[in-house]
Design a protein around this ligand. Structure first.
Ligand code: SF4
Length: 476
């Protein structure tokens, strides 16, 4: 019997892919990957949505945890990142390699996925699909039942193991077709599309980015902590997480034992503070004041102790701590949206245009070029999606290195613009309401904006297309 190994997330697309294969009389086994960046809620070990979907399909599922090797590629992805910290191409290559190994071990004939052409900007484009298959060593061995008819026939289709005519030709972001077919095939109770893992979430991405910059050797346990509590970088450089509820307090307390310590209020109920460092850290006082700030019932001061593994506070000193001020809390908070900066997008747009005009002075041709590219890029972004902040900043600043290129190198060649642009853009974006992750994305686009082969994100593609259209207009 022909056998396929299905990459099953538990969502609509992969469940539907499994149903289609089963209806073709193919034996299907599933594999599900978990990571510290999943949004799913594991009831036991593994992803509950994938387990439920496998049960409904009546197929076995194995759960594989992405390990430290996965964390390495998150830290240093070969193929770049999407709009957050998501290294989607490397992530898919990783999963395909692991699945390919399992395919050989289980005697499956092919890998199957619920991928839909054009659904995700980074990993489900035609060129990305080819690249992922090639780099994972699975060329021709991946069947995508939902979009198969739009793609070259896979080996199992060529060999007649699968009837290509009974596969589908779905593409794009809308899930209406899948929902209609799911209804016809009696697939119900699937979870809503989650829109990517936590690495695509701006707040989470900001925390991860900050950790990568400050503590590049962090491990999986540190990564898991990123989704627990509110996160702060204290004035002495120590990281601190404050629990938002009892469940989070317990999680923070259970991570003690590593070189961390937990502070808890000893006389009144309140949040736990995990201080990622020694209890003797000079930031201990700042952490205690954060506890005082986050008490549900406001108090003028609070006594704290070090939590033992059972979560009880052992008072160590008679000292009490007053709450941190609003300004301190916002200054210490690790966030994608720093408070006190100009409002997002509109403010960003206006201030950057002003700065760009000043930079180019009387050079009205370059100013007009940047403004027209911005107009085109915004129109494309409205249709295609992607981060508006990144698109706006990249469009306004893409040629910002040109004067410096001419001054230093006597040439405005693309290579010199790519070299000189990012440091200037960095100065322009320093006080803007744009997250560190988005700003890095903008610098990366400017550093490559004359190199088509480096286009790796939706926002870069938008800037590229807008710039090209403007160049054609200017050439007329
Ligand atoms: S969204 Fe997350 S899990 Fe999905 S491919 Fe991208 S990095 Fe991997």
């Amino acid at each position: 019997m022909v056998k396929g190994l299905l990459l099953l997330s538990g969502g609509l697309d992969s469940t539907l892919a499994g149903r289609i294969l089963l209806d073709l009389g193919i034996e299907v086994e599933a594999v599900n990957f978990t990571s510290p960046f999943c949004r799913c809620t594991p009831k036991a070990f593994g992803c509950s949505a994938a387990r439920a979907a496998a049960e409904r399909l009546g197929i076995p599922v194995r759960v594989l945890a992405k390990g430290e090797d996965y964390l390495e590629l998150v830290k240093r992805p070969k193929h770049g990142r999407g709009s957050g910290m998501n290294p989607c191409l490397d992530c898919r290559i990783y999963a395909f390699r692991k699945a390919g190994k399992l395919m050989n071990e289980t005697g499956a004939d092919f890998i199957a996925t619920g991928e839909v052409l054009g659904q995700r900007p980074m990993s489900q484009r035609r060129d990305a699909i080819r690249l992922i298959e090639r780099e994972s060593g699975l060329e021709g061995r991946v069947v995508r039942p939902l979009s198969a008819k739009l793609l070259p026939p896979s080996l199992p289709e060529q060999q007649g193991l699968i009837d290509r005519e009974r596969l589908l030709a779905i593409q794009g972001r809308s899930r209406k077709t899948q929902m209609r077919i799911a209804e016809e095939r009696d697939i119900r109770d699937y979870p809503c599309p989650a829109g990517g893992c936590l690495l695509t979430d701006p707040e989470f991405a900001a925390r991860l980015h900050e950790l990568l910059e400050r503590e590049p050797e962090f491990d999986l346990a540190d990564a898991k902590l990123l989704s627990v509590g509110r996160h702060f970088r204290l004035p002495g450089g120590t990281k601190c997480a404050i629990g938002r509820n009892e469940e989070e307090n317990a999680k923070l307390e259970h991570s003690v034992g590593r070189p961390h310590c937990c502070l808890v209020p000893t006389e009144i109920p309140g949040p736990t503070a995990l201080l990622l460092g020694s209890p003797e850290s000079p930031d201990r006082e700042h952490a205690a004041r954060l506890i005082a700030y986050h008490l549900r019932e406001k108090a003028a001061c609070v006594a704290v102790g070090i939590a033992n593994p059972d979560g009880d506070g052992i008072p160590e000193t008679s000292k009490v701590y007053s709450p941190a001020t609003e300004e301190e809390v916002e200054a210490w908070r690790i966030s994608a949206r720093p408070v006190g900066k100009i409002p997002r997008n509109d403010g960003l747009r206006a201030v950057l245009i002003h700065a760009m005009r000043e930079h180019f002075g009387t050079d009205s041709r370059r100013i007009a070029h940047a403004e027209r590219v911005l107009e085109l890029a915004e129109a494309i972004q409205a249709r295609e999606g992607g981060s508006l902040s990144v698109v706006i900043a990249a469009a306004i600043l893409h040629d910002i290195g040109i004067l410096e290129a001419e001054r230093k190198h006597g040439s405005n060649a693309g290579i010199y613009q790519e070299m000189e642009g990012p440091p200037i853009a960095r100065r322009f974006l320093r006080d803007m309401d744009i997250s560190a992750v988005e700003a890095d994305h903008v610098y990366a686009i400017i550093a490559n904006h004359h190199t088509a082969r480096n286009i790796d994100t939706l926002e870069f593609r938008i800037l590229w297309d807008a710039d090209r259209i403007r160049n054609i207009e200017e050439d007329r």
